[in-house]
Design a protein around this ligand. Structure first.
Ligand SMILES: Nc1ncnc2c1ncn2[C@@H]1O[C@H](COP(=O)(O)OP(=O)(O)OP(=O)(O)O)[C@@H](O)[C@H]1O
Ligand SMILES: O=P(O)(O)OC[C@H]1O[C@H](OP(=O)(O)OP(=O)(O)O)[C@H](O)[C@@H]1O
Ligand SMILES: O=C(O)c1cccnc1
Length: 486
């Protein structure tokens, strides 16, 4: 049977539905629960990550309804009784969601999104939220790392052909723009998000004319702004001379904006190309480079004095090639008990890094009042008063002897309310505002955290109370397990 693909509500792991069913049958589906989403390690060896994906997540949550086709499918494919299907039919999203906003910085082991509400609903949305946030945050982070090494050079996003399918290309392009790219080659992303579209031409154009000069001439006769791809046959002997010849012939009829090189030793070739262009009087014509570039090759090329003005980047950005998964998780941190009281929950593991931090939290971004620069993040219980304190004792949660007392600081809450009991209360900013916020956020970090190779570890600390509560709960659970063993 064919079912209409008319909702994302079944874009979830089957086990979420089975847990929902259990909660519903056992009468706890409406208990208040708090889940938090965080990742354990920063990707790419980075000193920071850029949060992205909220707009898509909001759209998903706003449309969270089981449609007739969803219910028909579940009826046919699962043993769920009609009563549960009726419950799903009537389900409306009523959770409160707090989240980092897009373009803000996020770090390892701190909540970047928090979902509070009826247990069954908050459980259901785990998979899709992780799917969205994991990917977009990863690509925005990669983009911001590339931005960090290019300075003000224009960055063109070229990834669609190499992306993991169509929606990854679209959302990846948006994330890349947030992280600091200037344009995309994906015309649909331009249409949907207003991202500037830009591009050159492919080798096919030159191959179609079987000659650099003929191809560039044909292109220039019908296009005003031209960037010629000069490496199809021989960059220095044929491509660049042909581009120069056409540009001279066409004169003011075109704007000879650039040449693109896509192979060979980019440092050597770009220097020679620059020389040829300058000698012909085209000192303003830019050199665009593409070919499996990322922040590491770009940094290296800059070190070699490559004369590249504009960077075209595809595969390694859109696929997050060297760290293809962020690994963000979604953990239950607090739940209402039989008496209606909220109690902390923890997940223990023999792997210390996988032990979750219990309790509903807020993340405070601590900056020095005098210069706005980062001091670290301070995670506290939601009810703790942080902003009004005169001084803050910050210590490393695993190595408490690494500590400092901060004075004259500003504390900004990172998690903002997006949905209040199911109602969207957050006004989504424009994409350009998000991008500007990201650039400003990265700028607020010390260079020690933004350098791409072996950055300093940004402090992500727990409040004393949160740390004490975590230790108490670990002890409590261990004693309970021991008792059960006897
Ligand atoms: N001077 C350089 N220093 C460091 N890396 C470079 C330099 N020049 C090019 N690269 C990078 O080295 C890699 C070269 O890849 P590869 O050998 O596949 O390219 P190619 O053979 O020139 O072109 P094609 O992709 O058409 O095969 C690319 O990732 C490119 O960006
Ligand atoms: O290298 P990326 O960062 O992924 O950038 C996108 C690539 O897409 C195009 O190549 P094309 O698909 O024509 O194949 P090519 O690699 O053989 O040039 C373009 O010439 C770039 O090389
Ligand atoms: O416009 C370009 O030059 C372009 C677009 C997509 C992929 N590679 C290059």
């Amino acid at each position: 049977m064919d079912y209409a693909d008319d909702s994302l509500v079944l874009h979830t792991d089957f086990y979420e539905l089975n847990m929902m069913y259990t909660y519903w049958q056992q009468g706890i589906s409406e208990r208040n629960a708090v889940f938090e989403c965080y990742f354990r390690d920063l990707p790419f060896g980075s000193g920071f990550a850029v949060f992205a994906g909220l707009e898509h997540a909001v759209d998903y949550l706003q449309h969270l309804r089981f449609t007739d086709s969803d219910l028909a499918y579940l009826k046919e494919s699962t043993p769920y009784p009609q009563g549960f299907l009726d419950y799903l039919r009537d389900l409306k999203f009523t959770c409160t969601v707090r989240s980092a906003v897009e373009g803000d910085l996020v770090f390892n082991n701190e909540p970047m999104m928090q979902v509070e509400g009826p247990l069954a609903q908050a459980q259901l949305v785990e998979t899709a939220l992780l799917n969205i946030l994991n990917y977009q945050t990863l690509v925005a982070t990669k983009a911001a790392r590339i931005r960090a090494v290019v300075g003000d050079d224009p960055l063109m996003e070229f990834g669609t052909r190499r992306a993991q399918e169509t929606s990854a290309a679209i959302w990846g392009t948006r994330a890349a723009y947030i992280g600091g790219f200037n344009s995309t080659s994906n015309v649909r992303a331009g249409k949907l998000f207003g991202i500037p579209i830009a591009g050159t031409h492919a080798h096919a154009l030159v191959q179609a004319y079987r000659d650099d000069y003929e191809a560039f001439k044909a292109y220039a006769e019908v296009n005003h702004d031209v960037t010629f791809l000069v490496d199809t046959y021989d960059t220095l002997r044929s491509g660049v001379p042909a581009a120069i010849k056409v540009a001279k012939e066409m004169g003011d009829k075109i704007d000879f904006q650039g040449v693109r090189i896509d192979s060979g030793d980019m440092a050597y070739i770009s220097k020679r190309v620059r020389q040829q262009l300058d000698e012909a009087g085209f000192t303003q014509t830019k050199i665009v480079a593409s070919n499996d570039l990322d922040e590491n090759t770009i940094q290296n090329l800059k070190m070699q004095g490559a004369k590249i003005d504009i960077w075209g980047i595809g595969t390694k950005l859109i696929t997050a090639y060297d760290h293809p998964a962020l690994g963000a998780v979604y953990k239950l941190v607090s739940i209402e008990d039989e008496s209606g009281k909220m109690v902390d929950t923890i997940k223990l593991s023999s792997n210390a890094e996988k032990v979750s931090t219990p309790g509903k939290k807020q993340v405070w971004r601590i900056t020095r009042r005098s210069n706005g620069k980062s001091e670290g993040d301070f995670i506290a219980r939601d009810e703790e008063e942080v902003a009004g304190q005169d001084e803050l004792y910050m210590f490393h949660p695993s190595y408490p002897y690494i500590n400092k007392t901060v004075k004259d600081f500003n504390a900004r809450p990172v998690l903002q309310t997006i949905f209040d009991h199911g109602e969207l209360v957050y006004q989504l900013p424009t994409l350009d505002a998000i991008r500007a916020f990201c650039l400003q956020s990265v700028d607020s970090l010390w260079d020690e955290y933004t350098r791409v190779l072996n950055p300093q570890e940004y402090p992500v600390d727990l409040s004393q109370q949160l740390w004490d509560d975590k230790m108490d709960l670990i002890k409590h659970v261990k004693v309970k397990v021991q008792k059960q063993q006897l």
